[in-house]
Design a protein around this ligand. Sequence first.
Ligand SMILES: Cc1cc2nc3c(=O)[nH]c(=O)nc-3n(C[C@H](O)[C@H](O)[C@H](O)COP(=O)(O)OP(=O)(O)OC[C@H]3O[C@@H](n4cnc5c(N)ncnc54)[C@H](O)[C@@H]3O)c2cc1C
Length: 488
Amino acid sequence: MASRGKKFLDSLRDGRNVWIDDERVENLPEHPAFSGTLDTIGGLFDLLDDPKRRDNIGFAVPGREAYAHSSFLVPYSQEDLAKRSQAFDYWAQETNGVMSRLSDYARSLVTGWYGSRKQLGKLARGIESKIAAYYEHARDSDAFLTTSLLDPQIDRSKGLDDDRIADRYLHVVRETEEGIIVSGAKMIATGAPYTHDFLIFSFYRLESKYSKHAHALIVPANSKGLHIVCRESFADNRGADHPLSARYDEMDAVLLFDEVLIPWERVLLYGDADAVWKLRSHLSSNTLAFHQTVVRFVAKLEFIAGVTFAIAESIGVNGFLHIQEKLGELITQIDTMKALLIASETKAKADPATGLWIPESSFIDTARSLGTKLYPRAIEIMQQVGGGGFIQTPSSLSQFGGPIGELLNRYFEGASLNAESKVQLFKLAWDLIGSPLGSRHELYERFYAGDPVRGLANQYLSADKTQWTDRVWQLLQKSRTQRSGAIS
Ligand SMILES: Cc1cc2nc3c(=O)[nH]c(=O)nc-3n(C[C@H](O)[C@H](O)[C@H](O)COP(=O)(O)OP(=O)(O)OC[C@H]3O[C@@H](n4cnc5c(N)ncnc54)[C@H](O)[C@@H]3O)c2cc1C
């Protein structure tokens, strides 16, 4: 019987339109832009077949002789939440936090919808059974999922009243008996070329007059008329020189819909901007998904710190005070994120509306907002610690076995490492700070959670400010009373 990883890879030869350079990719798992990454994902899927390891990432589906990934586990207790957290952490540790869209995020959204389906059932007729059917299908088929929520960057100063914008943002063209026909674009979808289904809805709240643009859809990647337009590949198959680019390039793509039929069973909401916003901002589902992003981010900070510490030791700068200060800062980053994660899990409680056991969302939101600032700072620290060393590397590690190998061994050696190991370490670091993959990661951490400016502003807007302002007014009131008392 084929392993889960193999089944996943085989399932991608399903007629989807994946475009890269001038090519429509016929055989995704064999294509050099995707093969290393897909090999990694296939390996992660295989863990669920491994009796010794599967409990770390999966659960036995009640009533079925099957294991599913724990992102599909509907949490009703602290133990369930811990099991989900453990699974996120396991995949994140396996990939050093560098792979962020392994579908456990989008799967968690679907799981949240499923656990809240009775409540969400009020949003539209049929949505409850559609969510239930889709959740079971996705869980039982190991479906790989991703989200694509933003609209193309055409002219952000204009909105849907502008015809050019309205025509290019994803909208309903007409209804048929089988479903709705949609055209327009969505961006960005990380993992798009190898996803099975896209979760599509609007990231921002729409006014009710824009009903043609208001929808929540689950779109199969091989839908006729759907074009997955990839960015340039950052995959570099020289694994020894580019260890991360060789295995972890999660492809980002823009989705172009050219009169795509979305069958009714995959149309969760349509034509009702208010209902779409209620689904989009649904606290329990979002928090279950956002929880994964924080677990993954802790693993990445640990990895960045590990690489930076090794660099500092390798060139003997770890004894200098200002370097130690910066290395200490990396530890405070890890501890801050871990503390927020632990706090969110410790303060988890049942959502009274759904019964779902949900981490405390304010800590999760803070971690995500803070992450947009911590990651660029961590990268900056790595640059400061390594200086020009990132560029002082021969183009290929294989040169150590070549005609100038002896000279390389002499001049590239480090304080505590032989030349070859030191060059290998700096090449790994370059894949984090300087390669196209590394630059993409900095952009990703700044923006993946949405525009960070509006993210922080929303934290302010949605917080209960009275818990802090009440005290101020009470103090002022008290001091006024005391003063008038003193005067009388
Ligand atoms: C590498 C990468 C991977 C991603 N993967 C995914 C994914 O898998 N799924 C997904 O759904 N999304 C994904 N995203 C998209 C991400 O959600 C968006 O990039 C993010 O929401 C910001 O939107 P934008 O890129 O359209 O920037 P814009 O909204 O166009 O913002 C650009 C700049 O203009 C400012 N600005 C724009 N409009 C306004 C306004 N009205 N008021 C004030 N300031 C404004 C912003 O503050 C920002 O500084 C990914 C992004 C990146 C970079």
